[in-house]
Design a protein around this ligand. Structure first.
Ligand code: PMV
Length: 311
């Protein structure tokens, strides 16, 4: 049997503006994992099992355009395997679905790597990333590619659409709290709504995206020079611009406010918005009490994660 895992991810800064060519920062979240197991099947066919979404099906019985079918078939195509052997592919994940934590991309990357390993083939990270990006299009419509990139490479990424992957240094570790609204995050919808705003008044929204880009660059400088407290106000400013883009929502705003009132240095939504997750910058000492405040304010789940020093 071959097994491969892939982490979840969070976007620290720059979501939505990243679709329009501005930079964004994202990091892997290793407490959250997708796992794919591939083994020989005793019965003919390619059997796909994903118990988390109650799926058990032969590959060709899945609708054309199904993300799992697409990603598996794309691996066979890339490896030039028109008649793959009978296989059983089982996928599980501790990453909540549709919450902005990268579950779709993580599942794709885990499947691609487990399949390659079982078939005794290897693909470069670049190829894995490209295949995962194709599957992302089915989840998101017009994804920037940030999710598949940070998850494929498994390291902090300063991402600019269409440019070679760039990682960034973390001069000093910092602690983030992730708070889940428990509401599915319709990334495709929020991305579509921002596009409508942009189409109606490109000048205005290009200026907003430029402002986000400035925040992202300042945040990268702060992380690289170890001025962690500077990230707090930058998060707050980024959240305000995301509110202007109409991608926050009452539940996200409530959690963001609760985090700040409980002593977080800053907080913002993370990912597509409307639902899904928010993040708060906290000191390690305050992490538990801010997490408790988030749960009292309605968070369905909280995760404390440390972005490790990586000088
Ligand atoms: O909802 P998530 O975490 O998958 O993030 C979407 C990020 C956006 O910038 C809103 C869209 C994109 O493709 O980059």
């Amino acid at each position: 049997m071959s097994i491969a895992c892939a982490p979840g991810k969070i976007i620290l800064f720059g979501e939505h503006a990243v679709v329009y060519g501005r930079p964004a920062l994202a990091v892997p979240v290793t407490q959250l994992q997708a796992t794919a197991e591939v083994q020989e099947s005793p019965v003919a066919g390619i059997w796909v099992e994903a118990p988390d979404i109650s799926l058990h099906s032969e590959l060709t019985c899945l609708p054309a355009g199904h993300a799992l079918r697409t990603v598996i078939e794309s691996v066979f195509r890339t490896l030039n395997l028109p008649a793959p052997p009978p296989l059983r592919i089982r996928v599980t994940a501790t990453i909540p679905v549709a919450s902005g934590l990268g579950s779709g991309a993580a599942v794709s990357v885990a499947i691609i790597r487990a399949l390659c390993s079982f078939l005794g083939q290897s693909l470069s990270d670049e190829q894995v990333n490209a295949l995962a990006y194709n599957a992302e299009k089915l989840y998101h419509g017009t994804p920037s590619g940030i999710d598949n990139t940070v998850i494929t490479y498994g390291r902090p990424v300063y991402f600019v659409r269409g440019q070679p992957i760039e990682t960034f240094r973390t001069a000093r570790a910092f602690t983030l709290l992730i708070g889940d609204t428990g509401i599915p995050a319709p990334t495709r919808e929020s991305v579509g709504d921002v596009r409508k705003l942009w189409e109606a008044d490109r000048r205005q929204w290009e200026a907003v995206f430029d402002a986000v880009g400035e925040i992202v660059r300042a945040a990268r400088d702060a992380i690289e020079s170890g001025h962690i407290p500077a990230l707090g106000p930058l998060m707050n400013a980024n959240h305000a611009l995301l509110q202007a883009m109409t991608v926050s929502g009452p539940e996200l705003d409530r959690l963001v406010l609760a985090a700040r009132q409980a002593g977080a240095l800053g907080a913002k939504l993370s990912g597509g918005g409307r639902g899904g997750n928010m993040i708060a910058l906290v000191t390690p000492e305050r992490a538990e009490s801010v997490a408790a405040a988030l749960r009292s304010a309605g968070a369905k789940n909280t995760i404390i994660t440390t972005i490790q020093e990586n000088p």
